[in-house]
Design a protein around this ligand. Sequence first.
Ligand SMILES: [Fe+2]
Ligand SMILES: [Fe+2]
Length: 254
Amino acid sequence: MSAMTPHELTDAIRTHHRSLAGTLDGYAADMEASAASPDSAALIALLDRLTSFLANDLLPHARGEERTLYPALDPIIREQGSPTATMSIDHEYIGEYVRKIVEMAGALRAASADGRAELARQLDRQLIQLQGLFSAHLAKEERVYLPLVEQAISSEGQHALLAALHEEAESAMKPDGATEEAVLDVRTVSPARRHPVIFGRFDALTPGLSFILVNDHDPKPLYYQLVAEYQGQLVWEYLEQGPEAWRVRVGKAN
Ligand SMILES: [Fe+2]
Ligand SMILES: [Fe+2]
């Protein structure tokens, strides 16, 4: 066997990655086009090619890495790599999706009625991609990192980390010490999901912070539920009371 040049293996992997990702992009575009004009014969041929690609190219690639590349890398990462570097790349991608979605949301708000459907479809695609990445990311943190935290970090250390996480969240919500508050507009959330969404947001709130709840009716029933559950902790201050929108400062007392 002839000697390998320094980049032969990594170039081969990169090339294979580009080819897999390009093929996948192609199938996504073809599927989208065929959803617009479903011709059953063409669709079936496309589905055959897609499922065979997934089973015979994409999955074997992952399995191959699992069996060969990762075992070779594990000891090297332990010795000289940064084991969380891959997670930071996830965060970078999550940030990029959020940037795109916020930008598209701005365009969608300002769009005319005929432009809206296409923009909403594009936004939804980004959202679905973010969802896929985010769910894998959470699984990695919860299955790999959190058990290590529980095993290896003292309860004082965990306490300090939790405080630091809260502080980070706080400064993110108040950029440059400004009093800009986060807005939770539930008017586009289906009525059945509104209360769980608001409760989730309230649960996650750091004491001393608040958000502006926007609703299309007086959220009085919610007020009673929150008061019942959180007693003296609830801050509830009407900023606007209809007739179109209700804005309430909802906060957690210190
Ligand atoms: Fe790979
Ligand atoms: Fe994360």
